[in-house]
Design a binder for this molecule. Sequence first.
Ligand code: BG6
Length: 493
Amino acid sequence: MQTNNNCIVIFGASGDLTHRKLIPALYNLFKFGRLNQFSVLGVARSELNDDTFREKMREALLQTEETTPETLEEFCNHLYYQAVNTSDAADYGKLVPRLEELHTKYQTNGNTLYYMSTPPSLYGVIPECLAAHGLNTEEEGWKRIIVEKPFGYDEKTAQELDVQIHRFFEEHQIYRIDHYLGKETVQNLLVLRFSNGLFEPLWNRNYIDYVEITGAEAIGVEERGGYYDGSGAMRDMFQNHLLQVLAMVAMEPPAIINANSMRDEVAKVMHSLRPLTQDDVEHNLVLGQYTAAEIDGKEVKGYLQEKGVPSNSRTETFMALRCEIENWRWAGVPFYVRTGKRLPARVTEIVIHFKTTPHPVFSQNAPENKLIIRIQPDEAISMRFGLKKPGAGFEAKEVSMDFRYADLADDQVLTAYERLLLDAMKGDATLFARTDAVHAAWKFVQPILDYKEAGGRVYEYEAGTWGPVAAEKLIAKSGRVWRKPSGKMKKKV
Ligand code: BG6
């Protein structure tokens, strides 16, 4: 593992992600003593200077984080700013003396972490402009570049982007961030599966009936209508976050936990997804868009009335898909995946539905065995099984054994951005998406994009409901139903 002494250069420093996620994550790492020698250089077009940038970040931190005046002051002293016209290669020359000065001041030996928190149109431009001034070479210290999502817009543009970035940065320098991989509970999936003798023998087509993955959000598109409309649920959540979660559920145990062996296994899952046929996109896919409704006595806008959304938009804010993985472990096991905005609750969870007993000895409606893995917001694992209902006869009743993450008491859990920023500084790419997996994911979803492009149906659903009725029908075809999780995993889910 390498040192995390470095200068973090954030492109898009005046943007939303910087003050909402990146600076708070760096602040907390600093507060908990995880950063040693470091500086942060904000870069954007806005004409700020060190003082005005510090002031903006200070205000943002005061609003969201628990701060003390001393730590806040000390942290802000590590923040710097350089205005650059980010589409003009010559202007990047201004970064050379700035970086030299910061590396000398903080003794960071040339180690530089670039974070592209800009509109995606700059993802191909920034590496080239950095290279024009030799700021990509690793002669003095390491140089790494974090690429925010979306990595490409479809299969073709993702490949083009890869080619553009690879002209100036090698794969070992590129960190494609997917913040779902930074979530403690997503990583816990691996520990749950591979450090217990109990689950793994059952984790296959012989014992599992089907798998449900839900990434539900109660919020609408908020202020991001402009971005979201060009993206939709498929590109915004499914192609990256949910496919990565699916890969964690389905992957084979890596020989060891390191960036290569982990990501080899993830890539294998992506490559094994059964390609979607015309029939699949017509019958195993449901796209939806929310319409206005009243939720808890409050009027909620429909998607078409949101700021930045064209009134005739066909962008999906919901999608549900039945897919399969063609390999020895999973052949024939359906994976039902859904995601959407303006659903009844914010909840991300995985449900492993085990097969029922071969013969119902006690009652026709014996409870199903399920393992519910709640990724967020109230991280938990719940095992469901049947026990005898007290009293006469032998009626079975569903009971649960629950574990809640909050019970792990005082361990300080890093947020996704804290964890991933720290990993990138340490040179650990295990939890970052690798190029082959990203391309395989795009290849898999391309038929969905084509279907949409060709005018495929987008159903309406009322805000505050679990999506279009068609999504219920999709899963009901095989006699199954979606779980309707509540946002709160209290004592009993
Ligand atoms: C982002 C999407 O990547 O993930 C957002 O762009 C979405 O639209 C968010 O709301 C969900 O992340 P989380 O961590 O809140 O589940």
